[in-house]
Design a protein around this ligand. Sequence first.
Ligand SMILES: Cc1cc2nc3c(=O)[nH]c(=O)nc-3n(C[C@H](O)[C@H](O)[C@H](O)COP(=O)(O)OP(=O)(O)OC[C@H]3O[C@@H](n4cnc5c(N)ncnc54)[C@H](O)[C@@H]3O)c2cc1C
Length: 412
Amino acid sequence: MSQLPARVDVAIVGAGLAGLAAARHLHAKSFNVAVLEAQDDVGGRVRTDIVDGFRLDRGFQILLTAYPELKRQVDLDALDLHNFDPGALVMMRGRSYAVTDPFRAPRGVLSTVRAPIGNIADKARIALLRARTLRGDPRELLRGQDLPTVVALRRAGFSEKVINRFFRPLFGGIQLDPSLTTSRRMFDIIFRSLGEGDAAVPRLGMAALPRQMADRLPGLVHPNTKVASIDGRTVVTIDGRRIEARAVVIATELPAARNLVALPDRVSRSAGAVYFAADSAPTDSRLVILDGTGKGPVLNAAVMSNVAASYAPPGKHLVVAALPQVIDGDLESMARDQLRTWWGPQVDSWRHLRTYRIAHAGVEQRPPFSPKRNIALGNGIFVCGDHRDTGSLQGALFSGRRCGELVAGALA
Ligand SMILES: Cc1cc2nc3c(=O)[nH]c(=O)nc-3n(C[C@H](O)[C@H](O)[C@H](O)COP(=O)(O)OP(=O)(O)OC[C@H]3O[C@@H](n4cnc5c(N)ncnc54)[C@H](O)[C@@H]3O)c2cc1C
């Protein structure tokens, strides 16, 4: 058990990306901070387990290098990022079709045009969508008219075919929302980020991201320290230890924050993921793999060892199958049954490594969606986390910085 200070300027509850970002800002401004984390390590929803030499991110996660807060707060070079190829591999009726971004992978144009994911007009509209979302200040995208993504796509003229074969598996997977009812504003922001930068994973797994941030806060992060209550501006741990603070930042996920302070409830998005070890890879593609039927339950998958060899021991391969909004039942069998329709009986020889069932992966972001929710609760209590901004690495980092700046201003 780590030694807790009796008094600090700011006590931060939660060492996910938001809590670490808040701590980073306040520490840089010379405030005395303590970050209290319930789990045995930092990262919150961004953790990586090592199982038999395989690196398993807790749920299929991707870092989008275009996220401005990553560039601002993280040394991306030090993470040694390994990129997915831009585009997707769409699986349909036992065949695969590469759909690439023609502006970034021009050699893929022909296969993209031929891919049976929609008609030529759909493909032209994707190019128009790309141009529209890449134009101008991204904040404008958060101000546009808001609609459920699926309605916005239909209004833009996209066919049901391209919605089901491309948008649903891709964005249903990224936003953990197969129904595509998430705000069109979030869709636009993510579409822009995909066109603007790379989708990548750090060589050592996604956990390398919070690890780097925590390493810059030496001695200030206290794992295995769960906060039970907040008494005025005194934080009380479950074993009765107390820290007096001039300000308290609650940087936990929303359900945990609601145990500590009064905040409105929001519906959670859940996520399932199944990891398999394979002796040979079912494809050498470094693209994200999509379920071209759009029916799931596996909406996307990847051969992680093709993207970053460090995710598997030498000579082995790591396959992840992501099941957004599916956490009940025999996920391993569901994944095997579906992946067998893509890659045949080799799937039965794969060794199951681990199944993740994440009940709270994020909050629903239905229209009308406006980020930048209130973070000052009064009496020196502040709250941050992805539920205060956008549900993403970007949202968590931005939220933490925004909160750190507000607290620094209040204490100055
Ligand atoms: C499966 C999955 C896939 C995802 N994919 C992507 C993706 O591809 N791209 C992307 O941008 N985003 C993705 N996300 C979302 C992203 O991971 C989150 O938005 C972000 O990590 C949230 O960070 P946070 O700091 O707000 O919260 P959290 O990471 O949840 O951190 C909260 C911390 O508070 C701690 N805590 C809770 N209660 C207490 C207490 N009482 N006392 C002390 N500590 C406490 C928790 O243990 C935790 O460490 C994904 C999330 C999941 C789960």
